[in-house]
Design a protein around this ligand. Structure first.
Ligand code: RP5
Length: 299
């Protein structure tokens, strides 16, 4: 999927950035032309790093390879843990899974828990922008309606993002999508029982809506390494009339410090590959996207 939609060298950028998130560790520099494993690079010497938090073995993390009783079944469903990649079969070299897009300048797991793919899910909740009379707002140049999505500001890096999150082992897709959206965009974990019941009803209605899988595959996440990487499935829930979401109480919670409706334009700056997912949604819904036309027109 990644290879089909997004050019590898040009888009495998976050996965080569330094310092590595939450640390001062600097990756070995990987130039664009050396990202692909198909390009021979004998001197390649990635920095080995796995955060102490991961080595302390929280329940979401694998043990180190070679530890007793740890025999991960890569490219398979391994008990409750999904070790298959949405990109297809990945290579395992010297017992370690190999990033399917290419080199990152770092080996080990960084702050990711799983060796190989770490699976997330992304609920992209959208509605049409409306004026105070309830009419949809059309862009003056493209003449297309403006779409909005629920965005959160991440606590870890301060970037705006889709309120996605990691899948728990054995959890179903629909539960993870609803749980992550509830926790990050509506602060569901901190609500009273009565408020939670009310919210649950709203979320149930919203998530039983018109939905569409926008993307599944590799994510260009700054936490990726040569041996551990993020993958996601991004699902769009669209509220065509705006009736379901008009009373949705947005409030940041969990890993988010802000939550709000954001107008969709190509000038957005978003976390990891989220800009790409939002572009796919705008295209799918026939919404306004290219803001530069507007600025060009004004000049
Ligand atoms: C990104 O990390 C995915 O696109 C998803 O949005 C997110 C999941 O990680 P956490 O938000 O749980 O850190 O790669």
């Amino acid at each position: 999927m990644w290879g089909q939609n997004i050019a590898a060298e040009n888009s495998h950028r976050n996965a080569r950035m330094s310092p590595y998130p939450g640390s001062k560790v600097v990756r070995c520099h990987v130039p664009n032309e050396k990202v692909s494993w198909l390009v021979e690079w004998r001197e390649y010497n990635p920095v080995e790093y796995t955060a102490s938090l991961v080595l302390a073995r929280p329940q979401w993390a694998d043990p180190q390879l070679g530890e007793r009783n740890f025999c991960p079944r890569f490219n398979e469903r391994d008990g409750n843990v999904e070790r298959r990649s949405q990109e297809g079969f990945y290579e395992v070299r010297n017992g370690r899974p190999k990033n399917p897009v290419g080199r990152t300048g770092m080996s080990g797991r960084g702050i990711l828990g799983r060796w190989g793919p770490n699976h997330a899910l992304e609920p992209i909740v959208t509605r049409w922008k409306r004026d105070s009379m309830g009419n949809t707002v059309t862009h003056p140049v493209s003449r297309k309606n403006i779409l909005q999505f629920v965005a959160i500001k991440r606590k870890d890096c301060g970037k705006w993002a889709i309120p996605g999150g990691m899948m728990d082992p054995g959890e179903s897709t629909s539960i993870t999508l609803r749980r992550e959206f509830g926790a990050e965009a509506t602060n569901s974990l901190r609500k009273s029982k009565a408020e939670r019941q009310m919210l649950e009803k709203q979320l149930h209605r919203l998530f039983s809506q018109d939905q569409f899988v926008i993307y599944n595959g590799y994510v260009d996440d700054p936490r990726n390494t040569d041996n551990a990487w993020m993958e996601t499935e991004a699902v769009n829930y669209h509220d065509e009339t705006g009736e379901i979401t008009c009373h949705l109480p947005l409030k940041a919670g969990d890993d988010a410090k802000e939550a709000k409706w954001v107008d969709i334009f190509d000038t957005l700056k978003l976390y990891a590959s989220h800009w790409q997912f939002i572009q796919f949604v705008a295209e799918k819904r026939g919404a306004h996207w290219k803001e530069e036309h507007y600025h060009g027109h004004q000049r």
